[in-house]
Each structure stands twice: as C-alpha cells, then as structure tokens.
Design a protein. Structure first.
Lengths: 984, 485
C-alpha cells in the first residue's frame, strides 16, 4: 500500500496533490490514541506458554507464546563457547579469552550464565562498547565537519559517556544531564560536560558564509536529533511544512526548536578549535594537580606578603645608600613575543629577537621576518631605523591567539613624516568587517581598535593629542583584556595620554586569520616615516615597567619621596625592590613562586576544553520559518511540547508539562523532565527498543529511528510494552540490569543456525525462533583482532588517537595544511596505535579507512542503525591493512609461545578469534595450508621475514623460526578473514 | 555450490521475501540489495529490479565522467562573453542589478563594486560557432561536440553548501552523492573494478577543501560510495598484499578460506556467506585489474601528445583524465574527477590562466579520445564548478589585477557525448552575466537530466531513510529537453 502511494507521489500530477492534501488534513487530526507508539503504556500480562521449562525470563514467555501460536518451537541453547563469544561481544565489544571460554564452558553452576554476564557488565569495556552506538546517535566527531573540517575537542564528553555507562547512570538521568545538565541546580562539571551531546553537530567557519543561516542549522540539528533519539519521530519533516503523515505541525516543530535556540553561539565559529560556548574541563587527575599547585602558590604568596609587611633597619640603611648611588633595580620586561630592533641597516628581512616561550622556559631564537616593498635603512641620531615609504611593511606572522580577553602591550619608537592616516601595526580580516585589532595614527592621533565588526561591535579609542611630525617618540599601549575602553592606556615618552572613547561596545571574539602586519593595513594604506625598537607582550605591563620603558627610573623617583609621604603601595614596592636586591632567601622564594606559577599556567593552558550548552540571559525569540528559510520568519512561537502531547499532559498533574512552568519561559530542563513523565510513553518504548537492538542486532520495531506511522510497527508489541514498562518502573531506568535481562534470556541464548522450519516460517527471525546473528561492527572487528593477538592497549579515555593510515588521505582534500588544524595527518605512536576503535580520531571529511570501509556512519547527522554492506574493499582491509597484519603476526607469536605442536597452535589461534574449537575437518584444512605455506617460506626465508616485519616488534628476533612463524601468521590472518569472525 | 536442505529452505524464503518486498515501499531497493548480495557482483549490467527507477525512454548513456572544477571557474572569463562591458570597465555596477539580494559577507559590505570586463578575447569556434575564451584553445577545438550551458544557477553562495548541492542534491550534508545514487540505481557493470571511482588533482594551500561526503553513500548502503583512486604504488587503499605474500600465496589462502567458509555456510544455513566469499574473490580480481588499469606505459606517445605532457605526471588532472578513459573502457560507471583551485577572489589574471592550462587540453583530449574509440556515444562528459563569479570586482580594481566573488545566479558548464545535443549553447544571461534571461537550469535540473540520460527517472529513484523517501533532486528537478540530442 505504502509502495503504491510512493509511486503515485513520485509520479507527480493531480493525484499526488489530492493525496497529499488528504494526508495533510488527517495527519494532524490524529490523536494520541490512534497510533501504537503514542498510546499510553499499559503493562501487558505475561502470557502463558505450553513449553514451561524453556523460558528463563519474562521476555521468553512473550517470545515463546508467539512462537507457539505460529506452530514453532525455539532453537536449542547455543554451545557454550559460541555463547561466550556472543555475550562478551554484546556486552564488551571484545572477544572472550581462551581461558574465559574454557572456564565458562565447564562452569556447571545453575546460574553460570548470570554470573558471567555480571562479570562482563562490570568490565570497563562495557562502557566503551555501549558508547559506540550512543556516539553514532550523538554524531560525535573530532572535527567540525564543514569546509576545512578542522579539529574540535570533545573527548571529555565522549569519556563522560563511557563513564556514565560504567557507573550505571540510569537512562533518565543519563538523558536529563545530556539535555539540560547545565540547568540542574548546582550543576557539576560533569553535568555540564554531559550537555556536549547537543554541541556535537557540525560547525562552519567558511569565509563569506552568513552566520545566521548556519546557526539555525545547528539549532535544527539539535531539534531533529532530540526527536530521533528520544522520541523516534521524524520531526525534521515538519521543518518546512506540516508533517505529511505524522501528527506534527510546522508550529510544533518550531516550538520544539525554541528549546534549543537559546544558546550563546555563533553561526561562524570553530576556526581555532572549539566553538563557543565551551568550558575548561580538567580531568580528575588534572584537577588534583591544579589544586595542589594553586595551594603551593597561595602558600608562597603568603610568605612573600608577610615578608613585604615586615620592616627592618637594614632597609633604612639601604635606602640611605640608595639615595647616593642609584641601583638599576627595574629592568625593561624581557618576556616579549615580538622584538624588532630594526637596526639591521641592510637586507630585506627583520630579525625578531624575542625569546620563544616554551614548556621548558624561554629559548632565545632569532626568527627572520620578511620586509615587503623596498626597505630603506637609515642612520639617525637615535640609532639605525627602517624607513617606511608607504609600500614597506613587515609580515610579523602569528603573535599568538590574541582575542578581546587577552591582555597585550605594544611599544615602539615612531618617527612620522606626515600627519595622514598611518597604520602602525595590526591584524584584521580582509573584508568589510575588518575583524581584528589595529594600532594606527589618525591625523597624528594614536588610535587603537579591537573590532568584531567595524563601526558596530567594536572598541575604538584615540589619543587626545597628536604625535609630533618628524620627531622620535616612544609610544606604549597597554590593554588589560577587559573588552572595555577603560582598559586601554597609552603612554608617549613615558607620560600617560588622555584618551577619547569613540566606541565601547565590543562583545564578541575578534579572532581572525592572516598575518600580523607592521606598517600597512589590509586596505593597502601604508605608514610613512621611521620605526625602530618594536616590542609586543601578551600581558599588561606594570607601572614600574611602563616607567622604565618611558625612560624613567622608578626607584629613584620613589626614593626621592620622603618615607612618611609614601603611599602604602609605594612602601610595599620599595620594600620589594629592597628584598629583591638584598635578600637571597626572598629571591629564592620569588623564583620558586614564578616556577609554580609557570607550571600552573602551562597546565591551565594544556587543559582540555569541551563544548557545552548554556542559556542566553535574555532569551532569543523563535519564529516559524517559511520553508525553513532563515530569511523568512513568520509568527513568533514559544518553547513547548507538540500539541498532541500538550493535551495529554494538561490532563495529568501538570507538574511535568514541558511548556507551562509557572512564571517563566520553558527551558530544556522542562523538556527533559517532560520526557520522563509517567504519561509520556515514547521515551521508554524508544529506549527499550534501542537497547534490544544493541544486543540482538535489530529492534523489536525494526525502524528504531521512526516510530511514526510510516515506521514499521513492532512484531511483538506486547513484549516491547512490557519491556518499556519494566525498564522505567521496575528497573528505574537501570540500563545494566536491562541488558542483563535481555542477554540472560533463553531467547538470546538460542543457537542461531537456520533450521528448515524456522527458515520457512520465520525467514527474517522476526519472531526470534533462533538466536541473534548480528555482524561485528567496524570497531568490534578491529578490536577483536587486536585483543586476540594481545596487542590491544586497554587504556580508557583520553584524547583521540590516530592509528597509521596510508599517507596523503587528509592532505589531498585539505584547505591549508599550515594554517589550520586536522589538515595534516600525524599518526600516533606507541600504545596509541593499538587502542580500541572508539578512541580513533574521527575526522568527518576522511574517517579512518580501516573503519570507514565497514559501514561506520559519517557522523554528520544522528544515525540509529548502521548499514550493513559487503564489498571487496572490506576484503582488502582484512587482508592487507597493517593493523590487521600486525594482529595476525602477533597472534601467531602468542600461539607459538603457548604451544609447541603446530595443530595445537592453530587450534589455539582459531579459538582466540572464534571462541570455539575447530572441527576435525576445519583443522585438517588449516594444517594442510600451514604445511604447504611452511614449505614455500622455507624456500624463501626472506619472504617470511618480510611478513613478520609487519608485527608490532618490527624486526624478527634471532631465535624465531621465521618460516614456521610466518606460516602461522598467514593462518592467523586467514582465520581472521573467515566469515564467522565477522558474523558469529 | 552446496546443496544442503537448509540452504534450499533459505533460498525459498528469500524468493518469498523478494516477492513481498516488491510490494512495499523501498521494496525495489531491498530486492536489488538482496540480488546484488546474492550475485556478489557477478552479474553485469542493470538488474531487472531497477526497472522501478526507469524512464520510458531508453538510456542514452551508460557511464559518466564528471570533471568537477572545485572552487568555481569564472564564466565571464571563459564561457559567457560580454563584449559590451569593455566600455564600462571600472564603472560601478548599477544597484538596480543587485536588487538587494544576498551576497557573501566578503563583498556585501564592500561599498564600491566596479564592473570588470574580461581581459581575455573570445572567438567563435567550430561549425556551431560556440563562443569561447582564448584561455580554452583546446576546448575550442572540440566545440562541435559540446553542449555549453550558460544558464546554470544555484542557491548556495559559499563553497561548502554549493559543492554539496552539486554533488549530493542538498546544501546540507547527509545525502548520498551523485555517483552513489548511480551505483544504487544502475548496479555494477565491471567484474573487477569499482562502480564509482574518485580522483583528485590540484590542491595548493588555500584552495577550497574537499570532503568525503561529496562521494559518500549518505544513507545508502556503504558499498555505493566512491572509491578513491590515487597516484602512487597503491591506487586503491590496501590493494597490495603484505610484504612476503605474493599473488600465488594469496590465491592459496583464499581457496582454503572459501572452503572453510562453505563448511560454515553448511552449518549455519546462511546463504549470505556465499556473497561475502564473492567479495574476497572480487578483491583478488581487483588486485590484478587495478595495477593493469593504472599502468599507463602501454599508452602511445600519440595519446600522451593528445592529453599533453602533464599526463605523464602521476596525480595531475591530465593523468587523471587519461586514467578516467581507461576506467570507462573497463566498465567503471561513474568517474568523478576533482580539480582544485578555481576560487579566484583576488589575482584572477595571474591565477586563472595556469588553471586553464592544467585542464583545457586534457578535458578536450578526453572528449576526442572517447570519440575516436567510439565510446563518446554512450559516455557522458560533464565539466563545471559549483557556481559562477561576479561581474564586479572583489577588493581593489587596478590596472593589472582584479578578483571576482562567488556568484550563484548564473554560471556556465559544458557536457559532451552520451545523448547530449552537440554543438549547442543553451541559455542566455543579461549584459552583466548577473542574471539568467533565457532557459534557467537549476542544479537539480542538471541532475535530473543526467539521470534521464542514464535512463533513470529522477522522481522514481528514491530511498527511504528515517521515514521519508529521498531523491537526488530533493523536491525539484526538471529534465532539460534542450540539452538532449
């Protein structure tokens, strides 16, 4: 029927129009009672069965009743080794070890299965296994996806998911924290990290893009993902028009949209890593170090303050001596990020002699910067200088990620030759926004601006006085990173200048790309005059430092003030100078303090960040958008649940209604709580079905992403309803106990071979007349090969890893290898090569080929069910990908280390991969293959060594029998390629 | 083949499944997948089940090569001659032309928008008299084979959404690519090679990036995705056996493997195992066929002369064109080339001519080469980018320098071969090449036309995902009759 409708729709014409009008009219009139998925859950009675000794759980009674009705009987229980593999893969994504299989096979206890299931459920691998389908739903990736597809940092969220599964966070809480963790009272760091679920969507920063168009895409993505994950509804169909067949209007769509439309985010963002809003998210270990260092710093600071508060006679003597013979106590600050003396006197490059700040301290390195135009060097009374003729400019590259919240100080000696508008230094975008920062002279007055959008979102100040023409002047600008005009101070020849505030409304990031330019702006205007001694610091200089740079001696100035007339601040300063110059212990304390501060600073800078949800203080208005187009807003709407359920919730207590909390606008927390209200049937049905799909490979309702009228209804609706109700009421949403119920069922434990009867009557196994037969996912396949061989490194969590891949895959599609992240592939080394697949760096534009070939989703949008396909490319990966080859070689080594006889070695490898022992026929075939390959390798030992060099160790050790080991590796590879390795 | 009763039982139920499947939505696709799996790539040509997608008119072309010029070439300097602009060079583009419609944020705030006349001369070529720029001398040589469309348009104003639309029918990600749709709709033709192959050339720092989704499967089964074919020792990823394993050893291994797999098939009754065994056989055949395909040493000097010296440089556009011809000869259905670096916002006079030199000769050579081998009749060649460029200058217009911003409202492409009308120019734009005045062709129209040439009705080629039947052409697309022979 549906097929016919599809054809008629597809063919177009009047019939289609009439049909769509009919469908449009009826879809929205449907009530919650008409469609199975929307009806309230009424717990079905557990049915009676004839074969009473078969059911192990309530699940089995439903399954068996249906089988009996169809005249079928269940399959026998799977053999223990196969069951061990099925259980271990379902619960941990890893194969059981040979030893585990042996133990399990001989465990004759009545609750053997339950005990082993509990063991696997308690393994940390459980969280990693369960995370993978959740990451598919959440479209988790390590890059932004659009355009240049640069790096983002979301592994703290990924680790939160793994941890949440492992600590058994109930599904309702698991959901609420991801939907609205930030809105929970006294939200913890973990709860805020959890909201990253909604920030995993793709993000763009392509130059020229209109931000609002894409910001709305992000909101739509959140809305659609929410509806798919928690409601299994195809809400996205109602974005442009009322839903064609499900009871949702376009208005409903935008009401749901409104919950997710209140984030302080930009349409264009992500160029430098995470997109706002994001937070620093130290791990527990890092937090402990932070606390320890902060404590140490506070202790040292107290010591210093105490010492500064003391007085002693020695200081008076020092002061008296100091009046006669001035010590040079305050030096110009040396921690520049840029220092161009411009005293080269020839050539086309300028030396940047600022020391580089590194983790180890500061390293003196001289970098050459190119001078554009025709440089002219002059000898002046002040020393050598560079003459700028209007076309001369210096490319100063990257000074660091300067933004509106980063303090900065700039000093330079200027000799202007005209009074026009002269750019001095800056970094701005090459478009009308002129985003960035700039220091310039405007009619001789010193102007400084920090700009998001020129003339609008901008901080712009100008000195009251103009600089003199044809005279050297020392200009020093200090900005404190407050985004306020009051935070800018200007000194000319050491004297503070009055500033005129032109604009003081900077509110967004000013980051931009392109070079930092000296002597020219992007519009092509150039400086005319001379410059020398240009310095920049990425901090605000202090008073004494400013004085020294202005050519003054702050110590002498202070000593000149009689002791009684000094302010407390001045007294402290003087005491500090005294102690610094005279007291070695004090100096040591200061040095120690600087060390601790530096370590703390570098730890802080290295902390992972993670994108999170936040609410705007002033809510953003949401409008129905005509055809979904950002340019066509229509009526304003407010956050609320779809009409069909609003009615339902109004009839109930009202407390959990998502749209009418007393006295304030509804938010995501209201939505999350509404989802888990007792009268909302979808969350439980959808979750129970998806958890079933994880264990059995296919849901009770096969379209686990669509519970609408076009979805496929469950074959056993009573079982689904019983499970849904059991999950929320009896188990209080405990996912571990739910999986335990499913996998300990007799249904799950059935053998999965096809019998003639069940093949005929239940061809697709929709009635579960035999055991499940899901394929291994891409991750499980690789993890299994690595685990069996002993190569798998079981470290949990941390930044994503990059197992080697053929060179050039990223670079061939990259935007700019040098300027952007995640453009150039740099493989991980050491143990990170052999981590679980869930940790593989997910670059959306180019997913790792060893995974991508095996049906991983693109992680661009929410995916509930992975495709299953067969292709020759998969065969090539299994045969030749270096990771699989290494696993085969190491599996052979492990077998050789355990057994002496060849057939025992082969049988052990077979069991390491497939859990069961080979049949006699299988073993004979493998033995025969081994014997023949050994002869081949014996004749060509160099070939044997070449194959073995693909192992983790690289070279072959001297006491290894290369031909025999290489033949064994071929057998290992062969077993790994068997169909049973992929479909247990 | 094994004859166990379990297998027979499964075969029987499969047939019933197919019958049942054909009645339900997406049934055709299901049936095709099952038959594709069962055949394991053995059967050649379009299976009868794709009849559901077919147009009443027979297919005019069997295979496609799409020479995608990523970054968007300037139609004003290559295909769309506007001689009257010379007199107005440097004048402001009248505001009335812009009509307040959206521009990219790179020039929307640029106060002055001076007209730039093309500095390149145009001439008429061939019997058809097609007008082409002096930058395309070789293309001019095959003018009589071309169907030039000057009236293409799109809605996207930036690269990411625009190239997505061109390659997947949607500005936003998530949809299958053109080649994946063709693979799904037409099935496999070659026994030994992938159905859909992708090759990339160009790519200097700052050239517009590409993304795997442009040749991805979207929600279609993964085996429909494009296979990247690369220069170097291993054109297809993981094609080569590990060191120490030669072809003979691989053969012996596969024989033992399939013997073991068949034992398992008998034990489980899972006939899909047969199809997965076939994938390994196919892989082994690819291991032989791909190196033969990639080996250009047997091509004659005369052929290299035709494609130009670049064709000897692995990874160049010209070498990829030559490889494309070899693929098309061997039954690859869809060859997708990308040549990067056409995004000339600035310095167009110094950047455009070298781009043309990299592509002009080889593109024309491919048309000529297919023609002389009798392949052009049923092979479609498409050349073009994701949008056009503006008549006004981006940034400062100087005596010897200018640039052009993105322009979605009109752009030019050309097609040749396989059922396309040769020697015509379709569509007309206004005096500024700003707006279309005759025969507008939306990207979806182009896609509908490509499918029609392949015998596929773009409204019937659907796949259900998350409750909706999706099409390459979304909810648009009209077959452009003027482009058809």
């Amino acid at each position: 029927m549906a097929g016919n409708a599809r054809r008629i729709f597809g063919a177009g014409g009047l019939v289609a129009t009439l049909l769509s009008v009919w469908s449009f009219a009826t879809a929205q009139e449907r009530t919650a009672d008409e469609h199975w998925a929307y009806r309230p859950i009424v717990r079905p009675r557990i049915p009676a069965v004839r074969q009473v000794d078969w059911p192990a759980t309530a699940v089995d009674r439903f399954v068996l009743a249906r089988l009996e009705a169809a005249g079928l009987s269940p399959a026998p229980e799977a053999a223990r080794p196969l069951l061990a593999r099925r259980l271990a893969l379902a619960l941990t994504g890893l194969p059981p070890t040979v030893e585990d299989v042996d133990e399990f096979a001989t465990d004759e206890g009545p609750d053997a299965v339950e005990r082993w299931v509990d063991r696997w459920l308690a393994s940390p691998a459980y969280g990693e296994r369960m995370a993978t389908p959740w990451l598919d739903l959440a479209r988790y990736a390590d890059t932004h996806g659009y355009h240049a597809d640069t790096h983002r940092e979301m592994w703290r969220w990924r680790d939160w998911v793994i941890d949440a599964f492992n600590r058994g966070l109930p599904f309702d809480q698991f959901s609420i924290e991801q939907l609205a963790g930030d809105l929970l009272p006294a939200a913890t760091l973990d709860q805020r990290i959890a909201t990253g679920f909604q920030r995993n969507h793709m993000i763009i920063f392509e130059n020229g893009v209109i931000g609002e168009e894409y910001r709305l895409e992000y909101v739509a993505d959140r809305t659609n993902t929410f509806a798919t994950v928690w409601l299994a509804q195809t809400f996205q169909c109602a974005r442009c028009h009322d839903h064609k067949h499900d009871p949702f209007t376009r208005r409903d769509y935008y009401r749901l949209f409104a919950y997710f439309n209140n984030v302080p985010e930009e349409g264009l963002d992500g160029q430098f890593g995470n997109a706002a809003p994001f937070i620093s998210a130290p791990t527990r270990l890092q937090q402990a170090s932070l606390d320890q260092m902060a404590g140490e710093l506070a202790r040292l600071d107290r010591q210093i303050v105490d010492r500064l508060g003391e007085t002693d006679a020695a200081q008076s003597r020092w002061e008296d001596a100091g009046r006669r013979q001035l010590p040079t106590l305050v030096r110009p600050p040396e921690d520049m990020v840029l220092h161009l003396k411009l005293d080269e006197s020839e050539g086309r490059t300028a030396r940047n002699s600022a020391a580089l700040s590194t983790m180890k301290g500061r390293e003196a390195t001289i970098r050459e910067l190119s001078i554009h135009g025709e440089p002219a060097w002059l000898e002046t009374k002040e020393g050598r200088a560079l003459l700028f003729d209007g076309s001369t400019w210096i490319d100063a590259g990257e000074l660091g990620p300067l933004d509106r919240d980063s303090p900065v100080s700039l000093a330079l000696l200027v000799f202007p030759t005209t009074t026009g508008s002269l750019p001095l230094a800056g970094r701005t975008s090459d478009d009308a926004e002129r985003r960035g920062w700039e220091l310039s002279l405007v009619d001789g007055r010193v102007q400084f601006r920090l700009t998001r959008s020129s003339g609008d979102d901008e901080l712009l100040v100008r000195s009251e006085r103009a600089l003199a023409v044809r005279r050297w002047q020392r200009v020093l600008l200090v900005y404190d990173g407050t985004s306020r005009a009051a935070g800018v101070s200007l000194y000319v020849d050491g004297k503070r200048e009055g500033m005129q505030v032109e604009r003081d409304r900077l509110s967004q990031s000013i980051r931009t790309t392109g070079p930092t330019r000296l002597g020219r702006n992007v519009a092509g205007e150039g400086f005319r005059g001379m410059l020398r001694d240009v310095r920049a610091w990425t901090r605000a200089l202090t008073g004494p430092e400013i004085a020294v740079l202005g050519g003054r001696d702050p110590v002498a100035e202070l000593l000149a003030v009689p002791a009684r007339q000094r302010t407390p601040e001045q007294s402290r300063q003087l005491r500090r100078w005294y102690l610094e110059s005279q007291d070695a212990t004090f100096r040591a304390t200061l040095a120690r303090r600087d060390d601790v501060e530096r370590s703390l600073d570098s730890l802080r800078k290295s902390l992972p960040t993670t994108m999170v949800m936040q609410e705007l203080a002033k809510p953003r208005a949401t409008y129905v958008l005509e055809r979904g187009d950002y340019r066509l807003p229509r009526e304003q709407v407010f956050a609320g649940a779809p009409a069909i359920w609003r009615q339902a919730s109004r009839e109930s207590s009202g407390e959990t209604s998502a749209d009418s909390p007393a006295g304030r606008a509804a938010n995501r927390l209201d939505l999350a709580r509404w989802l888990f209200a007792p009268d909302q049937p979808l969350a439980a049905r959808v979750a129970a079905n998806r958890l079933w799909q994880i264990d059995f490979g296919v849901g009770l309702a096969r379209t686990s992403d669509d519970f609408g009228v076009h979805g496929e209804p469950p074959v056993q609706p009573e079982l689904l309803d019983w499970l849904a109700d059991h999950l929320r009421r009896d188990l209080a949403w405990d996912m571990k106990r739910f999986h335990r119920l499913l996998v300990t069922s007799a249904t799950f434990r059935q053998a999965n071979a096809l019998s003639a009867r069940s093949g005929e009557a239940d061809p697709e196994n929709r009635l579960w007349s035999r055991g499940p037969r899901p394929r291994l996912t891409a991750e499980m396949l690789r993890d299994s090969a690595l685990a069996a061989s002993g190569l798998l490194v079981r470290r949990i969590g941390g930044p994503s890893v990059l197992p080697p891949q053929p060179p050039g895959l990223w670079e061939e599609v990259a935007y700019d290898v040098l300027s952007f992240t995640a453009q150039k592939f740099q493989p991980s080394t050491g143990g990170d090569v052999y981590r679980r697949g869930v940790y593989t760096f997910w670059k959306r534009a180019v997913p790792h080929p060893a995974l991508a070939t095996f049906d991983v989703p693109d992680r661009e949008t929410c995916v509930v069910t992975r495709a299953t396909s067969s292709s020759p490319l998969q065969a090539l990966v299994l045969m030749n990908e270096p990771g699989y080859v290494a696993a085969a070689v190491e599996l052979a080594r492990a077998a050789a280390a355990r057994h002496v006889r060849v057939d025992e070695r082969i049988a052990w490898m077979f069991r390491a991969i497939l859990a069961r022992a080979p049949t006699r026929e299988e073993l004979a075939l493998l033995n025969e293959r081994f014997a023949a390959e050994s002869r081949e390798f014996a004749a060509r030992p160099e070939a044997a060594r070449a194959l073995l060099s693909g192992g983790a160790a690289g070279a072959v050790s001297r006491n290894e029998d290369a031909p025999s080991l290489a033949s064994l590796a071929l057998i290992a590879s062969l077993v790994q390629q068997l169909d049973e390795a992929r479909v247990p | 083949m094994n004859d166990s009763r379990w297998t027979d039982a499964w075969r029987l139920t499969r047939r019933r499944l197919l019958d049942a499947g054909a009645m339900s939505a997406g049934g055709a696709a299901l049936a095709m997948l099952l038959s594709e799996d069962a055949r394991g790539g053995e059967a050649a040509g379009a299976p009868s089940t794709t009849a559901a997608f077919r147009t009443p008119r027979p297919a005019r072309t069997k295979r496609v090569v799409f020479l995608c010029q990523s970054g968007a070439p300037s139609q004003l300097d290559l295909f769309d001659h506007k001689p009257d602009l010379s007199a107005r060079h440097g004048e402001e583009l009248p505001r009335s032309v812009l009509q307040g419609e959206r521009l990219t944020t790179m020039t929307s705030e640029q106060t002055s928008k001076p007209i730039v006349a093309s500095p390149y001369s145009f001439a008429r070529h061939g019997r058809c008299g097609a007008e082409l720029s002096e930058l395309l001398p070789y293309t001019a040589g095959v003018a009589d084979e071309l169907c030039i469309v000057r009236s293409m348009f799109t809605e996207a104003i930036n690269h990411d959404p625009a190239i997505n639309l061109l390659q997947t029918g949607s500005q936003q990600p998530g949809r299958p690519s053109l080649g994946a749709w063709l693979s799904y709709g037409l099935g496999r033709e070659s026994h030994d090679l992938p159905t859909f192959v992708v090759m990339i050339s160009g790519g200097e720092p700052g050239d517009q990036p590409l993304n795997g989704r442009l040749w991805g499967p979207g929600f279609l089964p993964t085996h429909h995705q494009g296979v990247r074919f690369r220069s170097g020792a291993e054109p297809v990823l993981y094609l080569g056996n590990p060191p120490g394993v030669d072809a003979a050893a691989r053969r012996r291994m596969l024989d033992t493997q399939s013997a073991l797999d068949r034992l398992h098939e008998r034990a489980t009754g899972d006939v899909e195992i047969e199809s997965r065994i076939a994938q390994f056989e196919l892989a082994a055949r690819m291991q032989r066929a791909v190196p033969e395909l990639a080996d250009l040493s047997r091509e004659t000097n005369e052929t290299f002369a035709l494609y130009g010296d670049d064709a000897r440089k692995p990874g160049s556009f010209a070498a990829n064109c030559l490889l494309a011809r070899r693929m098309l000869e061997r039954g690859v259905r869809f060859v997708q080339l990308y040549h990067r670096g056409w995004d000339h916002h600035h310095n167009l006079p110094t950047k455009l001519p070298p781009k043309c030199r990299q592509t002009d000769q080889a593109s024309a050579a491919l048309v000529a080469d297919l023609k002389r081998r009798g392949l052009l009749d049923d092979t479609l060649v498409v050349w073009g980018g994701e949008f056009g460029r503006t008549a006004y200058c981006q940034g400062m217009l100087t005596a010897d320098d200018f640039g052009r911003d993105h322009h979605p409202r009109c752009f030019s492409i050309w097609l040749a071969g396989g059922g396309v009308r040769a020697g015509v120019t379709v569509g007309k734009t206004d005096e500024y090449s700003y707006r279309i005045v005759e025969d507008p062709v939306h990207v979806h129209d182009l896609q509908a036309t490509l499918l029609a040439l392949l015998g596929i009705d773009h409204e019937r080629l659907t796949f259900r995902s998350q409750g909706r039947d999706f099409r390459l052409t979304d909810i648009g697309g009209v077959v452009v009759q003027k482009m058809l022979a």
